[in-house]
Design a protein around this ligand. Structure first.
Ligand code: NAP
Length: 331
């Protein structure tokens, strides 16, 4: 069912729902914006007269090239800034969040877009790398940015958006999740012998979605003034998967050749996430619409809610060890 829906949606035309009236004079941060969906989202925001767009990247040279490219194509300079952020390092995440909180007057939209697709085992900060990058440190960054987003909302009388880029592929790995769930979820994920790396990316995106759903439910807009939502951009032709092995690459590239969107078209779904408003809080967006009906029953029923809480509790416990209070003070 998920794959059918995904395939059908790939061929739909997507509107550009943001424009000057929604972005003019505003400040945005887009992580992983030197390429792919992040770059095209940032380019649109500059084109729509944003006052400041921060490219949060791990490779500053690539970030500077992206900045030049955006300035060339939009004819606007003095808007884009390139800041360092390595999502594989909690220290880098903390430094970035501190800088953003101290130096920016306001943040209207934060796009947690950076992500990796790995099919070989590697580790970062005592965990398999894609789990560190796509799940643990992505939630860490979201949690650290929430107070600044809240303050911006209060100060400027608006509701900022904290957007996480997920993937509907996460809905295809229930059995993988069930296997990992025997005992501590994250201990299971760090067991190389049990890891099925060909499904690891999809699993990381399911875990990210579980954690974001719980995070959003613990941080209602009524209290924080911040809209937290999730966008599944569909299959897009980007740099994602450039490091996977030959077999996975052949499979992935042939599916992409048949039905992938361009990165620009995919970025329209992220722009929609930024303007979707309060109604989208805690929800999945895809194809420029709220798509909660896509969420499979095993994830929305009582057992799914349990899974969501278990994932969140383990992520939160890890983050509290990195920076005590970073999660507990949010509620
Ligand atoms: N493309 C798709 O079909 C698709 C579908 C569903 C969801 N998504 C999601 O969309 C998001 C964007 O991916 P994309 O498709 O645009 O791929 P992409 O072109 O590879 O962009 C990913 C970005 O994340 C950055 N990144 C990776 N690891 C990082 C780290 N440790 N620290 C900081 N930045 C890091 C990359 O930086 P480098 O250039 O330095 O590696 C790159 O800028 C990801 O979260 C992905 O999971 C993509």
């Amino acid at each position: 069912m998920v794959m059918l829906r995904l395939t059908a949606e790939q061929y739909q035309k997507l509107p550009i729902l943001a424009d000057e009236s929604t972005c003019s004079g505003k400040t945005y941060i887009v992580t992983g914006s030197n390429s792919g969906l992040g770059l095209e989202t940032a380019r649109h925001l500059v084109e729509f007269s944003a006052a400041c767009v921060i490219l949060a990247v791990r490779n500053l040279t690539a970030g500077d090239n992206a900045k030049k490219e955006i300035e060339r194509s939009t004819g606007r300079s003095g808007v884009v800034q390139v800041w360092h952020l390595d999502m594989a390092s909690s220290e880098s995440v903390e430094t970035f969040a501190k800088k953003a909180s101290a130096e920016l007057d306001r943040i209207d939209g934060f796009v947690a877009n950076a992500g990796v697709m790995n099919d070989t085992w590697s580790t970062a900060e005592g965990m398999e790398t894609s789990i560190t990058v796509n799940v643990i440190n992505t939630l860490f960054l979201g949690a650290l940015m929430l107070p600044k987003l809240s303050d911006s909302g209060r100060k400027f009388g608006m509701k900022p958006t904290l957007l996480f880029v997920v993937s509907a592929l996460g809905y295809t790995v229930k059995s993988e999740m069930d296997k990992t769930r025997q005992g501590s979820i994250f201990d299971g994920l760090y067991d190389q012998k049990r890891a099925n790396m060909s499904r690891r990316y999809a699993l990381s995106k399911l875990l990210e979605e579980c954690a974001v759903r719980q995070f959003a439910s613990l941080c209602p807009v009524k209290r924080t003034g911040v809209i937290v939502n999730m966008v599944a951009p569909g299959l897009c032709s980007t740099g994602l998967g450039r490091d996977v092995g030959t077999f996975t690459k052949i499979m992935y590239e042939s599916v992409k050749a048949m039905m992938a969107r361009t990165a620009e078209v995919g970025s329209r779904t992220l722009l929609h996430g930024l303007v979707a408003g309060e109604e989208s809080h805690g929800k999945l967006l895809s194809g420029c619409k709220i798509k909660e009906y896509w969420v499979p029953t095993w994830l929305s029923n009582e057992q799914g809610q349990r899974l969501q809480k278990d994932v969140w509790n383990e992520v939160a416990a890890r983050l509290e060890r990195v920076q005590p209070g970073c999660i507990s003070k949010l509620s």
